[in-house]
Ligand binder design. Structure first.
Ligand SMILES: Cc1ncc(COP(=O)(O)O)c(C=O)c1O
Length: 393
């Protein structure tokens, strides 16, 4: 059966160049980067190179990069690490209603510990209003955490404007850029952030590796207690093969981003345009333009998205109804709900996310399947509603 992968916001295929860079770390360069002998020094040199590659991707300095196990850990380290390191009581943080659960659930945990948390709303396109952030600031605010790009709808937030507000008030600013890294340029100076999270598996490095940018001079408490790794900011022997993979993926992103972005954007827009043209009563969730280039969250009115997802899966097409971590959930997506969609519309939405490996031919394959599938599911839903009404009479 034909297989088409359109779930790249969940995770991506590891690029062959990344695999190529990682393999020698298992076979030859398997030392512990903290060891003084030759093996250790070689591993350390590989890690230093990767740190430079990640720093270059973000326009940071190498010692501002801390390697982690992924996006979730980076978000936790940023938020909990800052809250724990700022002295005083009655602390307050500001975040948004459409953050990934790695941020939202961290906020909820902190609330149980007595930290105040404001979850600012978004508009109908999923964008945060910087004025709303400014309004929420109190003398106790220690941190603002607003994601760069949303994983479900791709909305790119006004990070630079929020960064300027945070800087003017001397408040730490973190952005979860897990879905932005490798897709759009990221410059920590320009964005005005103190902390920024990335995860390797969203841009063709393996799962289980990520990084947190921590601006020079920022005091942060480590989540883990142990050795003095990562300049006391993250204890534990570094995962050299994965870190090397993250470095290589960052380097590839730097060299390929411009070309890839143009091609992916064109394919995504073609897919979206043709879907709207060929299937009536379909529309886009999220902003049309302020959006990462690979993401299309489409609403198919009167279609149950789970049913469409299963039909697509049976035809070899992998996509998603929302974030991978929340799939299987019976609650409507918190992101789509925050846009103001009623549950029935949230439950008729599908996220298609492309990558540099997506081809035109794959997109045509999906476009040829969708109208018939959607038509059939709508027909079934009409029949079901009709018999329901008749039985009810
Ligand atoms: C925006 C965002 N933040 C954080 C994460 C968590 O990253 P990880 O899966 O590497 O822990 C994800 C993953 O889906 C994400 O999309």
């Amino acid at each position: 059966m034909r297989r088409v992968y359109l779930d790249n916001n969940a995770t991506t295929e590891v690029a062959p160049e990344v695999m190529g860079a990682m393999l020698p770390c298992y076979r030859e360069f398997y030392g512990n980067a903290s060891s003084v002998h030759w093996y250790g020094q070689e591993a350390k040199a590989l890690m230093d190179k990767a740190r430079q590659q990640v720093a270059t991707l973000l326009n940071a300095e190498p010692n501002e990069i801390v390697f982690t196990s992924g996006g979730t850990e980076s978000d936790n380290l940023a938020i909990r690490g800052i809250v724990d390191s700022v002295p005083g009581t009655g602390k307050h943080i500001i975040t948004s209603q459409i953050e990934h659960h790695a941020v939202l659930h961290t906020g909820q945990m902190l609330q149980k510990l007595g930290i105040k948390v404001t979850y600012v709303p978004v508009d109908a396109e999923g964008l945060v209003d910087p004025a709303e952030i400014e309004k929420s600031i109190t003398p106790e605010t220690v941190l603002i955490s607003i994601m760069h790009s949303n994983n479900e709808i791709g909305a790119i937030q006004p990070v630079q404007e929020i960064g300027a507000i945070a800087r003017a008030r001397d408040i730490y600013f973190h952005t979860d850029a897990v879905q932005a890294a490798g897709k759009v340029p990221l410059d920590v100076e320009q964005l005005g952030v103190d902390l920024l999270s990335i995860a390797g598996h969203k841009f063709h490095a393996p799962k289980g590796v990520g990084a947190l940018y921590i601006k020079k001079g920022t005091k942060i408490r480590s989540l883990l207690y142990g050795g003095a790794h990562e300049r006391n900011r993250r204890a534990g022997t570094e995962n050299i093969p994965h870190i090397v993979g993250l470095g290589k993926a960052s380097e590839l992103a730097m060299t390929e981003m411009e070309n890839n972005t143009g091609r992916i954007l064109e394919l995504r827009n073609y897919f979206e345009g043709e879907t709207f043209r060929r299937i009536p009563h379909t529309s886009l969730n999220g902003p049309r333009t302020r959006r990462i280039p690979n993401t299309a969250n489409i609403r198919f009115e009167q279609v149950e998205s789970e049913a469409l997802l299963i039909n697509l899966d049976l035809a070899g097409v992998a996509c998603s109804t929302g974030s991978a971590c929340a799939s299987g959930s019976i609650e409507p997506s918190h992101v789509l709900t925050a846009l103001g969609l009623p549950p029935e519309q949230a439950f008729s939405s599908i996220r298609f996310s492309l990558s540099k490996f997506t081809t035109r031919e794959e997109i045509e394959y999906v476009l040829n399947l969708l109208p018939e599938m959607v038509g059939r599911l709508r027909e079934m839903s009409h029949q079901h509603n009709k018999s329901f009404v008749m039985r009810g009479e």
